[in-house]
Ligand binder design. Structure first.
Ligand code: PMP
Length: 450
């Protein structure tokens, strides 16, 4: 048999490299650091995939995981429950905003979003409104890799070669202030975004729209922090038109913005559902879920179809090991890490912002401990750089030589380190970024590319 370069197929391969592109090996991790296959110690700039919130090699999480696996390693969520699942559900219901008193656990973010969408579809069937199913999402959003969740994705290129449920989805503009029309005020930009949604509701009719799904901050789209009143106004439009507002907090929950859930505490909104994953276990165990409004479930219980079946479940829903890890993780977050994030985020954002003096950098933006450095062709037009320059990857390569792992996103670099990072480590990270970006600029100039 012909030897293939790697048996492992990794996410987002191109057809020409499928099964053949071996990505960098990581051997171990400790705190905010990971060690690669060459023994190089690197700051984990993206905390894995925005998820290793309490840092690597946390002995308390490892201990809980082992203890729970020895106590009860699995139970069927169809027929049974476990103490960790019951306890975690209660704690999350307590921390969630408004009446989000119910939780359905999943295996990660995609399955959380998929579940939320299927709850919307089911609810509207039971409520006798089977035509109220359209889902509204936004350009620049990312919601997952299952069929419905992926159909909501709005990042360029993600859907070019993939089928999706386009007939069920409508997309609005990304609330990206950096890319607003030249000369337009933030207020006018916000008004335009809200008006766009109102016009869509008018055109498609509220009776046909089931849900609006939005990341409070578009994460993989480049850490897009929306204009100040945007989320509240979009939420109000949903309430007026009986459209469920689903906040996709897969990245923003569990400490990244200094709170357990960011919807209410950071943005002042109470969604109808919140999806979460990643930071709920700091990435130590695959777990996600959807918080659901008690009002919605109450309505279903009182419906004309109390026997209608929500035929949806996952073998690993409410996994006892995952739930035990999540409980301990939450204890760690609430035991000081959230306060640390709130104390550090100002310094984190200001020091990253200082990189805007580099000619390649168009904007540095962010909130809490998540930020994005967007590189541009020139600072007058702020035009994006062409894809083939692979600026993000070039910066990442230089930064890795200097001791920092970066998450390159085309012409952007996303920074979302473990939440336990210290002020000195933030300074080291920013210093490496400055040198890495400077070296990249030298390369581009030397190569006559910029
Ligand atoms: N929603 C958001 C906002 C995400 O960032 C992601 C993953 N990056 C997902 C959903 C999908 O989560 P998962 O990869 O765990 O399925």
């Amino acid at each position: 048999m012909a030897k293939i370069p790697s048996a492992l197929v990794q996410p987002w391969p191109s057809a020409g490299s499928i099964g053949a592109d071996r990505r960098g090996l990581l051997a171990s991790g400790e705190g905010i650091y990971v060690t690669d296959g060459h023994g190089r110690k690197l700051i984990d700039g993206p905390a894995g995939m925005w998820c290793v919130n309490v840092g690597h090699r946390n002995a308390e999480l490892a201990k809980v995981m082992q203890e729970q696996a020895l106590e009860l390693s699995y139970n069927s969520p169809w027929y049974t429950t476990s103490s960790p699942a019951d306890a975690l559900a209660d704690v999350l219901a307590d921390r969630a905003p408004g009446d989000l008193n119910h939780v359905f656990f999943t295996t990660g973010g995609s399955s959380a979003v998929e579940t939320a969408l299927r709850i919307m579809q089911f609810a509207n069937n039971v409520r006798g409104r089977p035509e109220k199913k359209l889902m509204v999402s936004r350009q620049g959003g990312y919601h997952g890799s299952t069929y419905l969740s992926a159909s909501l994705n709005g990042r360029p290129r993600d859907q070019d070669w993939m089928d999706s449920a386009t007939h069920l989805v409508r997309k609005l503009s990304s609330p990206d202030p950096f890319r607003r029309p030249e000369g337009m005020s933030i207020e006018a930009f916000e008004d335009g975004l809200v008006a766009e949604f109102a016009a869509l509701i008018e055109k498609e009719r509220a009776e046909r729209i089931g849900a609006f799904v939005a990341e409070p901050i578009q994460a993989s789209g480049g850490v897009i922090v929306p204009p100040p009143g945007y989320l509240k106004r979009m939420r109000a439009l949903c309430a007026e038109n009986d459209i469920l507002f689903i906040a996709d907090e897969v990245v923003t929950a569990f400490g990244r913005l200094g709170s357990v859930f960011a919807s209410r505490d950071v943005f002042g909104i109470e969604p109808d559902m919140i999806t979460f994953a990643k930071g709920v276990t700091s990435g130590y165990f695959p777990l996600g879920g959807v918080m659901v409004s008690a009002r919605l479930f109450e309505e279903l219980r009182r419906s004309n179809h109390p026997d209608a079946m929500f035929a949806h479940g996952l073998t690993y829903s409410s996994h006892p090991v995952g739930c035990a890890v999540a409980l301990k993780n939450l204890e760690l977050l609430e035991g000081g890490i959230l306060d640390h994030v709130n104390a550090l985020s100002g310094h984190f954002q200001t020091s990253l912002k200082s990189l805007e003096d580099l000619a390649l950098v168009g904007e540095v933006r962010g909130l809490g401990l998540m930020a994005c450095i967007e590189c541009v062709a020139d600072r007058v037009s702020n035009n994006p750089l062409t894809l083939d320059l692979e600026v993000g990857k070039r910066i990442d390569a230089h930064c890795q030589d200097l001791g920092l792992l970066v998450r390159p996103l085309i012409n952007m670099c996303v920074m979302s380190p473990p939440l336990t990072i210290t002020i000195e480590q933030v300074d080291t990270m920013v210093d490496i970024l400055r040198r890495g970006i400077s070296r990249t600029m030298d390369d581009l100039v030397r190569g006559g590319l910029w």
